[in-house]
Design a protein around this ligand. Structure first.
Ligand SMILES: Nc1nc2c(ncn2[C@@H]2O[C@H](COP(=O)(O)OP(=O)(O)OP(=O)(O)O)[C@@H](O)[C@H]2O)c(=O)[nH]1
Ligand SMILES: [Mg+2]
Ligand SMILES: [Zn+2]
Length: 290
């Protein structure tokens, strides 16, 4: 039987949608995938064999990258979406997510959505100064300017990531009006309900793919120890090796370049505060462990 290659774009339970020769086909996991309990991710390139009406997924090709939250593989970039308000931005949580992505060498773009609701200049300044490309959006009619975001996404495989209710699914509906993603009221989210329940990869009419993903608030940074934390903050890197002590943790040591840059305003206060908070978290974890 002839084997083909496909792109996994949707999966729920043991049923998957795979794009094969430009067409969306239904498929089920078989053989090795099932036996070894391999978790397939959207964005995976899989090998398939035709089985009457549907296809059997027989294998998965090596991944160039992958994430568990959001659950995606082989993306060119992650678009971290924060809202100007409703929900208010949570800097520590955002920095933790950015840190995880930075540590794992993902290309990251920041999108500040709901720009119609509140002044977003501070958030924009913080992340621009941290070295991230930032795009401002709103999905409200008449205030929508999505052209810049389209340019960012064009021709690439991207995934949205961010808290529930920031407007990831709404952005997809605005980007490509062939989609009618279900969106939720922020009020519901307060009760812990997330509208988008599983990740799916959607082809964009102007080229490329975008993954809509469920919102999340917990980021697991336990793979990074205290010493590695500095590499989670991309703007710190240019100052590496310039502190007085070679193993400087940038917390209490004298002549610390990071702290000098903080005083000069070259490093944003909220970013440094996140660093300290995450450092303390990593320290607590270690103490509990030993
Ligand atoms: N004012 C305003 N409201 C928006 C904007 N974008 C989305 N919303 C509203 O915010 C709510 C949540 O939007 P969703 O698109 O469901 O958010 P989400 O990020 O997909 O949420 P999850 O699927 O739970 O992760 C909806 O009521 C939207 O109508 C915006 O730019 N401005
Ligand atoms: Mg959603
Ligand atoms: Zn230092």
């Amino acid at each position: 039987m002839s084997e083909k290659k496909g792109l996994l774009i949707n999966g729920f339970g043991s049923f998957y949608s795979v794009m094969i020769d430009g067409k969306v086909c239904q498929a089920r996991a078989r053989g090795r995938i099932k036996k070894e309990n391999i978790r397939l991710l959207i964005g995976d390139f899989v090998t398939v064999e035709q089985e009457s009406e549907t296809y059997a997924i027989t294998g998965v090709l090596p991944r160039k990258n992958s994430l568990i939250r959001p659950a995606v593989a082989n993306v060119d970039q992650i678009i971290v979406v924060v809202a100007a308000a409703e929900p208010d931005p949570n800097f520590k949580q955002t920095d933790k997510l950015l840190g995880l992505l930075e540590y794992n060498n993902f290309d990251v773009h920041i999108c500040i959505n709901k720009s119609d609701l509140a002044d977003y200049k501070e958030i924009e300044r913080i992340y621009t100064n941290a070295g991230y490309p930032v795009t401002i959006t709103s999905t409200i009619d008449g205030k929508t300017d999505i052209t810049q975001l389209k340019e960012v996404l064009k021709g690439k495989v991207s995934a949205f990531a961010g808290c529930s209710g920031v407007g990831k699914s709404s952005l997809i509906n605005t980007l490509d009006n062939s989609y009618e993603r279900i969106t939720g009221e922020v009020g519901k989210i307060k009760r812990g309900r997330h509208t988008t329940t599983h990740a799916s990869l959607l082809p964009l009419e102007f080229g490329g793919f975008i993954a809509d993903t469920p919102g999340f608030s917990v980021v697991d940074l336990s793979c990074v120890d205290k010493g590695g934390l500095e590499r989670c903050f991309k703007e710190f890197e240019q100052y590496f090796g310039q502190c007085r002590f070679s193993g400087c943790t940038h917390i209490n040591e004298p002549d610390c370049m990071i702290k000098q840059m903080l005083l000069k305003g070259k490093i944003e206060k909220s970013r440094y505060e996140s660093y300290v908070a995450l450092f303390e978290e990593a320290q607590d974890k270690r103490e509990k462990f030993f």
